[in-house]
Design a binder for this molecule. Structure first.
Ligand SMILES: [Zn+2]
Length: 181
């Protein structure tokens, strides 16, 4: 089993933390060597959209690492105090400056290797005007034939796009659940 070892110091008192299995637990946690605080780490949610305008889909050219210079769907880490759909809408606004209406949940992708769950909603674009934020070099629409498959930033984005165009051809949209190695 993959165990992250990200925490080196106690969040309460600042003393060094060590990974060990606490009493009454069954997996390693970062435990403070001074005050005994146990630091629980759980997967993070990444939320985003598949923004579409007619038969084309909006992609953003990343201006930040990782994968700077690669294309992605607008997505990012969910914030406290927002729903998954609100987070997906916020990321779409921040990264693309798009005008859109959020539609149904489209894909749920578990990525245990990095401790993340990615969720994408379909989003119907209201026009072709985009105003990308600093994280994006360029935002533009692609037909399926134009998608730069070799320059897609993340596997979760690639898998979501493949299923989106499949469903679009069929004329019906499902919720796709996938596990990414
Ligand atoms: Zn401590």
């Amino acid at each position: 089993m993959w165990i992250p070892r990200r925490i080196q110091h106690c969040r309460v008192c600042g003393a060094p933390a060590a990974y060990r299995v606490p009493a009454d637990d069954n997996r390693e946690r970062a435990v403070c060597t001074h005050c005994g605080e146990i630091h629980y780490e759980n997967p993070l949610n990444v939320v985003g959209t598949v923004p579409y305008f007619g038969e084309r889909v909006l992609l953003c050219l990343r201006n930040i690492e990782p994968r700077r210079g690669k294309w992605t769907l607008p997505a990012g880490f969910m914030e406290l105090g927002e729903t998954t759909a609100q987070g997906a809408a916020r990321e779409t606004d921040e990264e693309a400056g798009a005008h859109f209406e959020i539609e149904g949940l489209f894909s749920v992708l578990s990525v245990p290797r990095v401790g993340q769950v990615h969720l994408f909603y379909r989003a119907r674009l209201l026009n072709e005007r985009f105003d990308p934020g600093p994280e994006t070099q360029e935002a533009r629409l692609f037909t399926e034939a134009e998608i730069p498959w070799d320059d897609i930033a993340f596997r979760t984005v690639r898998e979501t796009l493949l299923r989106y165009f499949d469903d679009r051809r069929r004329g019906t949209y499902a919720v796709h659940t996938l596990d990414i190695d």
